[in-house]
Design a protein around this ligand. Structure first.
Ligand SMILES: COc1nc2nc(N)nc(N)c2nc1C
Length: 309
């Protein structure tokens, strides 16, 4: 039974990854459902073989009375804002002065309009997930985050790592949810961000599990395997070890290319299946990031260009 459970668990983990992270399923839904039922039956017959990172443990746990607090070992900071081209040029000038170079490689990422969360993995298993909170102390929402299908319960990296990203509700899920709430005489959510926040704040994971939340990861903490030299390499590494990253990120040589990228997304924004509230611009070189450091509350090597609300 142990071998069968391990084989089923591995197959289901791979199917889930292909469907929810790569958006490239290789088996039909009924195959997934049938194997999941097989695994559930085997685990019911051998409960001592159930592991917390089994595919059957996504919607686990009884409703909580409250969320416990989590201290972020590395604070979850906020981003300085830019509202126009002038602000972006000012940011670029400060960066070039700070690193003493006249051309900078940036990475641009879509700024997802959701909730920032931090995910901790130990020995390859998802062990804890927390909200940003006030940046230092967040809330432990591990059980709710386990219901987000695009969050892997196990990854290939076995050293302890922490990754950060944005949980969001796709627009289609938001519209369906509000329709259902309307039918049930419940108040509609104002926007997908509020709906995602409300879903992650549910004390009962069975409710969160029905909200079709999704996630894009964008940062990975320092860890021994971290011999990477740039943010773009880290994004690629996140993808390699099984995380979902937003595919629209782009390396930009100099602030003019950043300005072009930002302008292109002002147009294309409405074609996305999820809400974004801006573009995040980061210095790519980790050495340069190190040299620029942080203000009290945000990195000097990044800024968020905000779209008009
Ligand atoms: C480096 O710090 C950050 N990076 C970020 N990157 C993306 N893509 N989106 C964010 N919301 C974000 N927020 C922060 C504080």
């Amino acid at each position: 039974a142990k071998k069968q459970i391990a084989a089923l668990s591995e197959a289901l983990t791979q199917y889930n990854y292909e469907y929810h992270v790569l958006d490239k399923p290789t088996v039909a839904d009924h195959v997934y459902d049938q194997k999941l039922k097989e695994l559930k039956d085997l685990e019911a017959a051998h409960p001592e073989l159930i592991t917390p990172d089994s595919p059957t443990q996504r919607v686990g746990g009884e409703p909580l009375d409250a969320f416990s607090k989590v201290q972020h070992q590395v604070p979850m900071l906020s981003l300085g804002n830019a509202f126009n081209e002038e602000d972006l040029k000012d940011f670029d000038r400060r960066v070039r002065e700070g690193i003493g170079s006249d051309s900078v490689t940036y990475v641009c990422e879509l700024k997802i309009d959701g909730l920032a969360v931090s995910l901790r993995y130990e020995n390859g298993s998802f062990v804890q997930g927390a909200t940003r909170g006030d940046g230092t102390t967040g809330e432990d929402i591990t059980n709710n985050l386990k219901t987000v299908r695009s969050i892997p319960l196990k990854i290939k990296e076995t050293s302890t790592i922490e990754v950060r990203g944005e949980v969001f509700m796709p627009q289609s899920s938001f519209l369906n949810l509000n329709e259902k709430r309307d039918e049930e005489g419940e108040e509609a959510f104002a926007n997908p961000r509020n709906a995602a926040a409300g879903s992650l704040r549910q004390l009962d994971p069975k409710i969160a599990a029905k909200r079709n939340l999704d996630i894009y990861l964008y940062a990975v903490g320092q860890w021994e395997a971290g011999n990477l030299t740039s943010h773009s390499e880290r994004l690629t590494y996140l993808e390699e070890i099984g995380f979902k990253t937003n595919p629209e990120w782009k390396k930009c040589e100099g602030i003019e290319e950043v300005i072009d990228y930002v302008a292109s997304w002002v147009e294309k924004r409405s074609e996305l299946s999820y809400d974004i509230d801006g573009i995040v611009v980061k210095v790519d070189s980790l050495e340069d990031q190190e040299q620029l450091g942080f203000t009290a509350k945000s990195p000097r090597w990044a800024t968020a260009y905000k779209f008009p609300a």
